[in-house]
Design a protein around this ligand. Structure first.
Ligand code: GLC
Length: 644
């Protein structure tokens, strides 16, 4: 065990001054527990000679924050320390929404909690609600003040009241920690523009194009359409500032320990308001290295590890979620590989599962999905995937050329097919997506659109075609069954529970006209939501279908996130078989991604140890036809278990 240096112990003591004995003892125990993680993280990023002094500075900040934590949050810290797998439980169900689009204000969100409970939601991600810059602010991802709430939504006190209230109802609150960039109106950026060298050093500023040009050789553009390039000239700075996203979002320089200290304080401020999970926004981009894409650099994981170790000392109830929309080989590192095993984020988005689901549905074939999902390395048993069908962002066709080639497909052609299919131009497609950020250089065309519009529900309703509608609803529910049956926390995107179509008026709001991601961020209309109880409506079928999936899921121990999902060999190219092998018995998920009935040989069930397979979704024994197959109707999902 690495000894905690006296300098750090002294800093902790100073930070804890005046606190009660048990607070001091608890912090001391946590400091010793997490010290090796903190130290190793800092050593990988900052000069070794500075590390003890930096650690002392950060530990003091953490100690002070723990003293300010409310008694109720201290109890939560204890409860989650005793039950560290709280977020891995099969009863977890997420919902993500813009507060104003979902319920008007933070108070409105509190009032809508029963609606969420009705669905089975235990985890609510509210999109950025801290004070952003005025005008276009990238959906709130350009923050001007991390310590105020958007006035149209409420106040910091309302936020605290919301977290209290949700906690009482068994719902955890998730907020974004936008840590790659701030708005150019944020006081740090303002001070930098005013010539303060301390704050200039918070950013990456270059006097001329030499370095920006050198970096841009290997950078990919995130918004090639409305924010080309990755640097922006600023007259006040008399320099080029790094702006990965929009020109008004200034990237921070995480090599500067002052930036680390600032964000540590923000983490602890949000934690002490009762926020349960912090979504580390655009975390892949925080470390820059010449000659690389400046994504997924090793320092990203070292920084996350150090930040998490400090959060574990001050507020262990808080979990970290990585938002890294990167290829599978890079993605698994966000949950910890090698020396960072289990020491970085607790949660990460399974982008690959989302992309492969839409890809399989378009191709009516699960072969590539099976191959690609099998290449995702196992992740630590203490972590969980966030599984999802849609989120607030566009879908980028992150289909790897190597994965495509392995199953005889051309990656470029397949990505083009997916863009054609989901924008509805491919013959026979009923999808109604919109092309987002077409990049003529790479041929990329990402797609916006709600799950209902992409699954064909919008088109079928417009054409008043009940058969097509029933098929589209099944397709929609199949995609969600796969997300709910994979393991981890499935997160529904607001409006999908009512099968809302694309918002036709998305461009009418000032600042939104160039960003069609707003098409799939519809407002919840109470009148439409009321139809959720009527099984004769699409809203009713979808809402009750999702609710059923979540309810069945919560009773299946096999869906605890510590159990890995294994994709088995395919028996039919249209059926994706996913096994979760738990000591209580296996769970075999079978997903027919096609519009025709497909077989699964019952012999495979016997090989897996089943004797009386029961379909937990249908609530009946799994029927085996005289030909020895289980026949899956079009777009059907089966969750086979042994009855207990
Ligand atoms: C994340 C968000 C996205 C935003 C970007 C910049 O990727 O999901 O909406 O544009 O970060 O903050």
């Amino acid at each position: 065990m690495t000894e905690v240096p006296d300098e750090v112990l002294g800093a902790a003591r100073r930070g804890l001054k005046g606190s009660r004995r048990h607070v001091r003892d608890t912090f001391d125990a946590r400091l010793h527990r997490w010290w090796p993680d903190l130290r190793d993280g800092l050593v990988a990023v900052y000069p070794r000679s500075d590390v003890d002094a930096l650690a002392a500075r950060f530990v003091r900040i953490a100690a002070k924050a723990t003293v300010r934590r409310s008694p109720e949050l201290h109890r939560l810290d204890l409860a989650r320390t005793l039950q560290p797998d709280w977020f891995q439980s099969p009863s977890m169900l997420g919902y993500a929404a813009y507060a104003e689009r979902f319920a008007g204000t933070l108070r409105g969100v509190r009032e809508q909690a029963p609606y969420l409970r009705e669905l089975g939601v235990t985890y609510l991600h509210l999109m950025p609600l801290l004070l952003p810059r005025e005008g276009d602010n990238d959906g709130g991802y350009a923050i001007a003040d991390y310590r105020s709430v958007r006035p149209d939504l409420g106040t910091v006190d309302d936020l605290r009241a919301l977290t209290d209230d949700l906690r009482g109802q068994g719902i955890s609150l998730v907020l974004d920690l936008v840590l790659n960039h701030v708005a150019r109106e944020h006081p740090w950026a303002v001070a930098a523009r005013d010539g303060d060298p301390r704050y200039r050093a918070y950013f990456h500023v270059f006097p001329d194009r030499e370095m920006p040009d050198a970096f841009e050789q290997t950078l990919t553009e995130v918004f090639p359409d409305f924010a080309p390039g990755s640097f922006t000239w600023d007259d006040h700075l008399e320099g080029w500032v790094w702006t990965t996203f929009n020109s008004f979002q200034w990237d921070l320089n995480w090599a500067n320990p002052d930036v680390f200290a600032e964000y540590l304080k923000i983490v602890l401020f949000l934690a002490n308001l009762g926020v349960d999970v912090l979504r580390l926004d655009a975390i892949a981009f925080v470390w820059k290295r010449l000659g690389t894409t400046c994504q997924n650099q090793p320092e990203v994981h070292a920084l996350t590890q150090a930040l998490r170790a400090l959060a574990r000392m001050a507020c262990p109830a808080v979990a970290f979620k990585a938002e890294a929309i990167v290829g599978p080989a890079d993605l698994v590192h966000y949950l910890g590989q090698g020396r960072h095993h289990g020491k970085v984020s607790d949660l990460a988005y399974h982008n690959s599962l989302m992309v492969q689901t839409w890809s399989a549905l378009a191709a009516q074939d699960a072969v590539m999905a099976a191959h690609a999902l099998r290449t995702v390395l196992p992740v630590p048993a203490t972590t969980a995937w966030i599984t999802y069908v849609r989120c607030h962002d566009d879908i980028g066709w992150a289909v790897d050329d190597v994965d495509a080639a392995a199953v005889g497909l051309d990656g470029f052609a397949h990505r083009r097919f997916l863009s054609d299919y989901y924008s509805g131009t491919f013959p026979g497609s009923s999808a109604r997506g919109l092309v987002f950020q077409e990049n003529p250089e790479t041929g990329d065309r990402r797609i916006s659109g709600t799950a209902a519009s992409l699954a064909g529900i919008e088109a079928a309703r417009e054409q008043d075609d009940p058969v097509a509608l029933a098929t589209a609803v099944d397709r929609f529910l199949l995609a969600h069954a796969l997300a709910m049956g994979w393991g981890g926390i499935p997160v529904l995107w607001s409006g999908d529970e009512l099968a809302l179509p694309n918002d036709p008026d998305w461009a009418h709001e000032p600042g939104h006209e160039a960003d069609n991601r707003w098409a799939h961020r519809p407002r919840i209309d109470e009148k439409v939501a009321r139809r959720r109880d009527d099984p004769d409506t699409v809203e009713g079928r979808v809402f009750q279908g999702l609710r059923h999936l979540a309810a069945v899921r919560s009773g299946l121990a096999q869906l605890h996130a510590s159990v890995p999902a294994q994709v088995l060999d395919l028996a039919d190219p249209g059926v994706l078989p996913v096994l979760r092998d738990h000591p209580v018995g296996p769970l075999l998920g079978l997903y027919n991604v096609t519009g025709t009935a497909r077989p699964w040989p019952a012999s495979r069930l016997w090989d897996l140890g089943f004797s009386r397979p029961f379909d937990a979704l249908a609530g009946t024994a799994l029927g085996v036809a005289p030909d020895g197959n289980v026949w899956l109707p079009p777009y059907a999902a089966v969750w086979a278990v042994e009855p207990t």
